[in-house]
Design a protein around this ligand. Structure first.
Ligand code: PEP
Ligand code: MN
Length: 338
C-alpha cells in the first residue's frame, strides 16, 4: 500500500494516516518526495517490500516508522503493564519482585529448605526447574511431575508463588494446576509453536532472552504470546553468548533500559545465568535494579556445592540475605522498593 500526501499535509494528518495503516496491520515506512510525503505500508496484506518502495518512491532514505512488534511496543500501553498474582504481588509496579531458588528441584528436603530460606530473605517467588533443558542428555533432567507437586506444596507452606520452566507444549496442561508463572527458557525463546500455545492460556509467562537473540527478536517472540491474547508477559535478560570466556555469558545490562523504553512489558534480570559465577551475581543484581529492572530471577541453593545443576552460580543462603538487604537500600534511589 502506498499513500502519497501532498506537501501541504500537516504532521497531524500524516500521523492519522500512519495510525490507520498500523491498524490495518502494515509496517509503515516514510519518505519525503519533492512535493509530498509518501508512506508505504509493508507486509500483510500489502504488496510491497522496502526495496520496491525505495525504487517506486525514487529515493533511498525511506525509513520505518512503525515497529514490527505491534502489541509489545511501548505505544500500545504507554503506562506499562502490571501483573497481579494470586497473593496480591504485583509485577510492573513500584516493587522490585525477587524470584529465587535452586536451579532444579532435587528432593523434598532440598526444596523445602530452599523455600524457607527464600521466604526468610524476603523474595516473593520460589523458582526451581522440574523439567530441565540440559546441554547433555546424560545430565540430570529434572524430577518432572513430582517436582511440580513439591514446588506447590512447599510454596504454599511458605507463602511463596511458583515459577518454573515449561519446555514443550505437552507440559502446559500438566503444569497449570501447580504453578503461578511459566518460565520460557533461553533455548525456547524461538520455539514459536510453544510461544503460540502460551498465548492461549491465561496464566503469566516470563520469557527469557535467547542465548544469541537480538532485542528485536525478543520482542517479536513476545508478540507470539501477546497475539494469542495473553498479556501477562514478562521479559528477562539472562546474558548472551559473546567471545568472552571469563563469565559463562555476558550479562547485557543495557538490554534492561532498552527494553524498558521499547516495550510496556515488565523486564527482569537473571544475573545467575548472566554471569555464571556466584560472587558476581550480587553486583549484577544491583546493576539490574539500578538499570530499571522490575524484578530479579536468581539461583540460591541450601548447599550449592552439592547442587545437581548450576551450583557454581547458585548463591549461598547468607549471600541472598545480604544481597536483599543491599537491594532494599538501593531500590529507593531509583524510585522502587523491595
Ligand atoms: C534456568 O533458569 O535454570 C535456565 C535453564 O535458564 P536459561 O533458560 O536462561 O538458561
Ligand atoms: Mn539454572
Amino acid at each position: 500500500m502506498i499513500v502519497a500526501m501532498q506537501g501541504a499535509a500537516s504532521e497531524q494528518d500524516i500521523h492519522a494516516v500512519i495510525e490507520r495503516m498500523v491498524e490495518l496491520g502494515f509496517d509503515v515506512h516514510r519518505t519525503t518526495g519533492a512535493q509530498q510525503t509518501i508512506l508505504a505500508g509493508v507486509g500483510t496484506p500489502g504488496h510491497f517490500d522496502v526495496a520496491e518502495f525505495k525504487v517506486l518512491s525514487g529515493v533511498f532514505d525511506a525509513y520505518r516508522i512503525s515497529s514490527p512488534y505491534k502489541l509489545a511496543g511501548r505505544s500500545f500501553r504507554p503506562e506499562g503493564t502490571k501483573i497481579t498474582f494470586p497473593n496480591g504481588v504485583v509485577v510492573g509496579g513500584e516493587e522490585v519482585v525477587v524470584m529465587a531458588g535452586p536451579c532444579s528441584v532435587e528432593s523434598k528436603d532440598q526444596i523445602l529448605l530452599s523455600a524457607q530460606q527464600v521466604a526468610a530473605a524476603g523474595a516473593k517467588f520460589l523458582r526451581g526447574g522440574a523439567f530441565k533443558p540440559r546441554s547433555s542428555p546424560y545430565s540430570f533432567q529434572g524430577m518432572g511431575l513430582e517436582g511440580l507437586k513439591l514446588l506447590r506444596e512447599v510454596a504454599d507452606q511458605t507463602n511463596l508463588l511458583v515459577i518454573t520452566e515449561v519446555m514443550e507444549i505437552s507440559q502446559i496442561e500438566l503444569m497449570l494446576p501447580y504453578i503461578d508463572c511459566f518460565q520460557v527458557g533461553a533455548r525456547n525463546m524461538q520455539n514459536f509453536n510453544l510461544l503460540r500455545e502460551l498465548g492461549y492460556i491465561r496464566k503469566p509467562v516470563l520469557m527469557k532472552r535467547g542465548i544469541a537473540a537480538t532485542i528485536e527478536e525478543v520482542l517479536l517472540s513476545a508478540e507470539y504470546i501477546l497475539s494469542g491474547g495473553n498479556y501477562d508477559l514478562m521479559l528477562c535478560e539472562r546474558g548472551i553468548r559473546t567471545y568472552e570466556t571469563y563469565t559463562r555469558n555476558t550479562m547485557d545490562i543495557s538490554a534492561i533500559p532498552v527494553l524498558k523504553k521499547l516495550t510496556h512489558l515488565p523486564v527482569f534480570g537473571d544475573p545467575s545465568h548472566g554471569v555464571g559465577i556466584r560472587d558476581l551475581v550480587p553486583p549484577m543484581a544491583l546493576a539490574s535494579v539500578a538499570a530499571g529492572a522490575d524484578g530479579l530471577l536468581m539461583e540460591m541453593h541450601p548447599n550449592p556445592d552439592k547442587a545437581m545443576s548450576d551450583g557454581a552460580q547458585s548463591l549461598f543462603p547468607a549471600q541472598l540475605e545480604k544481597l536483599m538487604a543491599q537491594l532494599r537500600q538501593l531500590a529507593p534511589v531509583v524510585g522502587r522498593h523491595i
